[in-house]
Design a protein around this ligand. Sequence first.
Ligand code: MN
Length: 430
Amino acid sequence: MKYDRIDSKLFIKNRKNFMDKMKSKSLAVFNSNDIYPIGADSTMPFQQNRDIFYLSGVDQDESILVLFPDAPEEKHREILFLTETNEHIAVWEGAKLTKEDAFDVSGIRTVYWMKDFEKVFFEVMTQCDTVYLNTNEHYRANHDTQTRDDRFIKWCKDKYPAHQVAKANPILQRLRSVKDPIELELMQKACNITEKAFRRTLGFVKPGVWEYEIEAEYYHEMIRNRSKGFAYTPIIASGNNANVLHYVENNQQCKAGDLILLDTGAEYANYSSDLSRTIPVSGRYSDRQKEVYNAVNKVKKEATKMLVPGTMWKEYHMEVGKMMTSELLGLGLLDKADVQNEDPDWPAYKKYFMHGTSHHIGLDTHDYGILTEPMQANQVFTVEPGIYLPDEGFGIRLEDDVVIQEKGEPFNLMRNIPIEIEEIEDIMNS
Ligand SMILES: [Mn+2]
């Protein structure tokens, strides 16, 4: 791990919050992610499952966390199972957590090697009635791969068919969406790394550079600041590439007069940041580009003010739609008839702004959070309106990450990242 060790107080508190929500005589099981194969003996870089990380800080594969608040034996209230290590294994396989390290990281005193899992698990299962299983129920999740949690669930239901099962996911969705001060610090750090990388890019971009060269500049700055790199696949989209929402090829040359849409956030300690900026290849925006840019920026500012406790995600999006409609009328992109005749299920503004304005962000870039419940203090959201104009050869998106406050406007974790036209032009021309 490149990041500095996180205070185990965070994970101790997270587990306590989770266990407070469990039924009596129940236990919960969380698995690490697998290391996914590429071919031959090649593998993808490891990415820890965010739930076991959130509850333990353990950032290695082949790990299981068991929480059993009513365990008759106190030592079994929190148990970690880790892959065995010793000095000899470490020489061949690199450093893995020892039992002492695991305690320092997680605050969990009971650590077994994985080879003892079935025996210990049998013992605790005979002492409980309900087992909480961890399924991924994120509203955007869509994959066919069987995770270690999925595999465990099949095994567990087969082996213990008489136990009741319960869902860990709704508890985690609620807990993970509201951030602890330690988490906010880590997210600020991710945003600060993103800021450094963006400023480096402002000094690098000029006509003739290639999108992948810009990606390399970002990556360089991220890694040298203890990040693993991008929190998600970066979008470096010059000219009309910006109008392909999930453009990730990043293989075109940037031409004078074009804009570049940069959707590039660093991760830090598994926490995401998510930034979008749109900058001019030549260092100056045209008048038309400025006009559209300022409209997007205005919607972003107004939308941000609505992110306060009690706001409903759906209604917020409807309000942002109205703001965007008024800007598009001002830009001459919509006329009154377009708005009067619009389909309520796909309002006229969607022609130019077809994606959502905000999502939860945290350990996942599109983080947990129940969208049908009112917003709460210390939830972190992105704000990312855009206007996409294929006919004019450019698209603009501006995006910051903000923390909802008890009172007043949200706190912007990206407050120091240049966004105003003058500021960006000044930096690019200095
Ligand atoms: Mn985003």
